[in-house]
Write a protein that binds this ligand. Structure first.
Ligand code: PEP
Ligand code: MN
Length: 260
């Protein structure tokens, strides 16, 4: 197989054997909310910040994101903390604003993993794409979606396992831990895990993160909120900033233990 791809984002390298932590709220809600969380993310030792400006919601009556204003707030949080930003794109017509506000990594959500026109547009971009696995998509389908981006000339892909649909109801999705070793053996791209959407429950974020790191994940993307009860999106799965700080420390120990 071709040499492993290492993705450079600011001073962080994803896929070089280190563990990359991406953390932040599900949705950007306000400047105060975002900057409070961004500072906590920075203090925890995480490397990148996430936050959704365009939110794919099951119901059209739920909060849809602050859209361009959300991108602007992300750029302010980036200026304050120096943390590169990761945010989801839902339509190719948003690309100009992703450029304007300095988005560092473009996330393609599970629901858009097979939006082939969007993937083709991302092939023309010179930014890393964090490609999340669809709710009911196979590894081969995920790899073919990446091919759409690669065919356009963009080879900076990060795969993300975020849980798949199963018959189980106690968790929002079922984390398919096999995705980590299988995708790493089938492709040259880094593989990260999203324990937040996989579980849908804050109390399971730590154990699923431990499992992902032990299985060889290159990173994690974790939802954090300073006031989860009042979060406009995905509150039940958001951990608090203190919990993130503890988690980052424990994960460093696990990373060391498995590299021995
Ligand atoms: C998200 O990251 O906020 C999100 C909507 O994730 P997914 O596309 O995996 O459901
Ligand atoms: Mn979310």
């Amino acid at each position: 197989m071709a040499e492993k791809t290492v993705i450079d984002v600011g001073t962080t390298k994803i896929g070089d054997g280190s563990l990359t932590i991406i953390a932040g709220p599900c949705a950007v809600e306000s400047e105060e909310q975002l900057c409070t969380i961004a500072e906590a993310v920075k203090k925890s030792g995480a490397h990148l910040m996430r936050g959704g400006a365009f939110k794919p919601r099951t119901s059209p009556y739920n909060f849809q994101g602050l859209r361009e204003e959300g991108l602007r707030l992300l750029s302010i949080a980036k200026q304050h903390t120096g943390l590169p930003i990761v945010t989801e794109i839902m339509d190719a017509n948003q690309l100009d604003n992703f450029e304007k506000y300095g988005v560092d990594v473009i996330q393609v959500g599970a629901r858009n993993m097979q939006n082939y026109e969007l993937l083709k547009a991302l092939g023309t971009v010179r930014k890393p794409v964090l490609l999340k696995r669809g709710l009911a998509c196979t590894y081969d389908e995920l790899i073919m979606s990446a091919e759409y981006i690669i065919a356009g000339g963009n080879e900076q892909i990060i795969f993300c396992e975020r849980g798949i649909r199963t018959f189980e109801t106690h968790t929002r999705n079922t984390l398919d831990i096999s995705a980590v070793p299988v995708l790493k053996s089938l492709s040259r791209f880094p593989v990260i895990v999203d324990p937040s959407h996989a579980a849908g429950r804050a109390d399971m974020v730590a154990p699923l993160s431990y499992a992902a790191v032990a299985a060889g994940a290159d990173g994690l993307i974790i939802e954090v909120h300073n006031d989860p009860e009042r979060a406009l999106c995905d509150g039940p799965q958001c951990i608090r900033p203190d919990t993130l700080t503890d988690l980052v420390k424990k994960l460093e120990n696990i990373t060391q233990a498995i590299s021995q």
